[in-house]
Design a protein around this ligand. Structure first.
Ligand code: FAE
Length: 555
């Protein structure tokens, strides 16, 4: 376990040893939607400490110095640093505040038991793992402004968080700084010495990134699945690495001891964690609130941005109810607008605004350079003498690093079903070379993405560089029951959309959009398609870098 995958720019409590990627604990957990499989204990009522203010709402006709679209990593960094610099900020978010318990006393639904809270405006769940033992596991739900958006494009489903806190509400919390030698391929125009000396450490500290206690890892029942993953990887000669996370590891130990309400050990993740995970609700958002200079408006969706006659920009917002209907339309004027709606949200807005003529001077790079971070999933069927455990922490903490040799890093992911499955499950991040483009379809009146399912072929081959070898060594086979009937590869999705308004192309080297002064991109849309690891630490660090420059020179 001594393969340093992560750079040493992490805070002191992050292990000196290796860390890399991971993504979707979710995947696993997502899987077993059936109530019958939900063997996890329920837990007590939770009022998320540090939750964003509720019921705040931007006023129609307001004139504001800065408006931030979206409250994920990029949006929170922008709002916090602008407010600290004395600027009044409006932070608008199309999703809900996620600060109020539902009828069951919980804010978030359990991954094994999805309900209306789980999906953004769907009437049926769309779980990343769609089948178990070959049987479909999706179920009907009420249409609601739920927390996870499974947004379908022609060749790919893109999963995204919806709510105050963005993707931090639903993600696995895997907080990975890429190896420095890979940084040049990730953001070629950015000074890596500054990133690794200043901005990655700043992001890791602000996000509360930490590594698991290695002694506890060796003994706890809930990471048996990861130890099995390690044994199989090492027997085939692959480096096995730890992955840091923003989960509160001390809390998880208490969960295991039965001393506190369970969250990771209750399988929570994909539809939110009621305890334990340090999402943006527990890190940046309380600091934002403490400035007293930021108004957060949940259930407000930005639809247009156009130059205002007296300078600045007119922004149109639709206020939504929890059924997704528009209850009010507001127009405000902002001196500066920060696009932080995520790679897909920002790209869709900018492509539509250029096509409609609202922002005619956006350049030809808008919508380009989009990638899926090479995400692909698979499971392996172990022998009966190799159980992975009925209690599995939903927070992955380890992976198999074959990036340099085979172009893949595979997270050893949980399948927290509450029963023994004898399955090993993996989400791989691969060096997929394909890049797609968003464009405006005037006939259909919508933005489309030209990703092709066949483009996952390279990702599958890279993942096979690990798993074909492990299967040969262990005498095991791939699971064929998780993504359909007789389907090995989960090649239909991504959790890691990146690009669409790439740094240095659609924007200058700090996210200023070409053609329209006062408009900025500050989220995952800036990153051209792949980070070699899970992306949110890089998104946060880049946002910290860019906003520092923008505050120093533009305000
Ligand atoms: P993001 O966090 O997506 O925030 C954008 C926000 O803008 C959202 O809250 C939207 O609702 C909102 N929005 C969009 N359009 C509009 C509009 N028109 N008006 C108002 N608001 C709007 O963007 N990454 C990791 O590094 N580690 C992981 O373990 C990991 N696991 C993941 C698991 C899942 C299931 C998912 C979905 C993602 C995962 N990710 C993980 C990816 C990570 O969450 C993602 O890269 C970041 O959240 C992207 O940050 P942004 O600030 O770009």
């Amino acid at each position: 376990m001594n393969n340093p995958v992560m750079e040493q720019s992490t805070p002191r409590n992050v292990s000196r040893r290796g860390l890399i990627t991971g993504t979707g604990s979710l995947l696993g957990s997502a899987a077993l939607g059936g109530r019958a499989l939900a063997a996890t204990p329920r837990h007590g009522r939770a009022a998320a400490p540090g939750a964003a203010p509720r019921d705040a709402s931007i006023a129609d006709g307001a004139q504001v110095p800065a408006l931030v679209i979206g409250s994920g990593y990029g949006g929170c960094v922008a709002a916090l640093r602008l407010a600290e610099a004395g600027v009044d900020v409006q932070l608008v978010e199309m999703g809900m505040a996620w600060d109020t318990p539902g009828a069951d006393g919980e804010i978030f639904a359990n991954t094994t038991d999805p309900d209306q809270r789980s999906y953004w405006l769907r009437t049926r769940t769309k779980q990343p793992i769609s089948n178990f033992l070959g049987f479909p596991i999706d179920r009907d739900i009420a249409r609601y402004t739920g927390i996870l958006d499974a947004e379908d494009f022609s060749g790919i489903t893109v999963y995204q968080g919806r709510g105050v806190g963005g993707g931090s509400l639903v993600n696995g919390g895997m907080a990975v700084t890429p190896r420095r030698e890979n940084f040049g391929a990730i953001l070629p125009t950015v000074n890596s010495a500054e990133m690794y000396g200043t901005y990655y450490p700043r992001a890791n500290t602000a996000l509360g990134v930490a590594a698991i206690d290695p002694d506890w890892f060796e003994t706890t029942e809930c990471y048996q699945y990861a130890r099995v993953g390690r044994r199989h990887a090492q027997r085939s000669g692959f480096p096995f690495v730890f992955v840091p996370d923003v989960y509160d590891w001390a809390y998880m130990k208490q969960e295991a001891a039965g001393a506190v309400p369970k969250s990771a050990l209750a399988g929570e993740i994909l539809y939110g964690n009621n305890h334990g995970k340090k999402s943006l609700q527990k890190t940046y958002l309380p600091r934002i609130r403490a400035t007293g200079k930021v108004t957060v408006s949940p259930l407000h969706k930005v639809t247009t941005v156009r130059p205002a006659s007296g300078g600045g920009y007119t922004v149109t917002l639709e206020q939504l109810d929890t059924g997704g209907a528009t209850t009010a339309t507001k127009e405000v004027t902002a001196d500066r607008v920060f696009f932080a709606a995520g790679s897909v949200g920002t790209s869709k807005l900018l492509v539509a605004l250029r096509a409609s003529g609202a922002l005619p001077r956006l350049n030809e790079e808008i919508g380009k350079g989009w990638g899926d971070n090479g995400n692909v999933m698979c499971g392996r069927a172990n022998h009966l003498w190799d159980p992975t455990g009925s209690l599995q922490s939903s927070i992955p903490t380890a992976g198999i690093d074959n990036w340099a040799a085979g172009g893949a890093f595979a997270e050893v992911a949980p399948l927290p079903t509450g029963i023994e499955t004898f399955a090993s499950f993996y989400l791989s991040i691969t060096r997929n070379p394909h890049r797609a483009e968003f464009s405006w379809n005037s006939g259909a009146g919508r933005v489309e993405l030209n990703w092709q399912t066949a483009w996952k072929r390279e990702s599958i081959d890279m993942a096979k560089s690990i798993f074909d070898k492990i299967n040969a060594k262990e005498g095991t086979i791939y699971r064929t029951d998780l993504f359909g009937t007789y389907k090995i590869w989960g090649d239909h999705l991504t959790y890691h959309p990146l690009g669409g308004a790439v740094l240095g192309k659609a924007t200058d080297n700090y996210g200023r959009l070409h053609g329209h002064p006062g408009l900025y991109v500050i989220d995952g849309a800036l990153i051209p398609g792949n980070t070699s690891v899970n992306p949110f630490v890089t998104i946060t660090a880049l946002a910290e870098r860019n906003i520092e420059k923008i505050i120093a020179t533009d305000l």
